[in-house]
Design a protein around this ligand. Sequence first.
Ligand SMILES: Nc1ncnc2c1ncn2[C@@H]1O[C@H](COP(=O)(O)OP(=O)(O)O)[C@@H](O)[C@H]1O
Ligand SMILES: Nc1ncnc2c1ncn2[C@H]1C[C@H](O)[C@@H](COP(=O)(O)O)O1
Length: 204
Amino acid sequence: MHIAVTGNIGAGKTTLTTMLAKHYGWDAQFEDVDHNPYLEDFYADMSKWSFALQIYFLGSRFRQVKEIRESGKNIIQDRTIYEDAHIFAENLNDMKLLSDRDFNNYVSVFGLMKSFVSAPDLLIYLKSDVPNLVKKIYKRGREYEASISIEYLSKLNQKYEKWISDYTEGKLLVIEVDDLDFVEKPEDFGFILEKIEAELNGLF
Ligand SMILES: Nc1ncnc2c1ncn2[C@@H]1O[C@H](COP(=O)(O)OP(=O)(O)O)[C@@H](O)[C@H]1O
Ligand SMILES: Nc1ncnc2c1ncn2[C@H]1C[C@H](O)[C@@H](COP(=O)(O)O)O1
């Protein structure tokens, strides 16, 4: 079984992925953030590094897709390859931080990869508003993310809303996380588990 957790920067994907992997004994796949050779430079100069970062994330995410196909294990994944293309790359192009030439090149490589990608059995979208995302990004305290603007997060949130409303590839669970503290409150984590189990009824 393949479950993926999706959502904007700071929504709580890594935290929930870690908790679910521990709770169910699933393998977890995380984003390549700490050893990412471009991320810090990207936030310092988005226009200069956007293409290199997108290619890096695309390659890293495709490696995960391959592993999921080959492993036969129950895997929970922190963010999907769809988000790189439909949320981040598209938004950078909209904001003129990724040129049309580089974006078209990216889209053509993504198109080739897409035929190898299977949708997760369940996609869990963590929906959060921008002020709450800002609070959580601040709480996490990655220095290079201090430059993330409200405008950037708002545009990403709009892309997420559109993408989720059009998503038909598989089962989808939308969780509004702003009033939940699944880190500190076991009952909030329990509420999420109940929702997941209702969706996966029969697959467990
Ligand atoms: N529902 C929540 N309630 C309280 N704190 C949260 C919640 N979700 C995430 N956090 C905190 O917010 C920060 C960002 O969460 P993280 O899981 O890294 O987000 P993401 O992976 O989506 O970027 C972390 O410090 C985490 O502990
Ligand atoms: N495809 C991407 N383009 C730009 N930035 C990206 C992409 N994928 C992830 N990121 C950034 C956003 C955050 O700063 C880190 C980690 O993501 P998070 O949502 O906090 O787990 O990488």
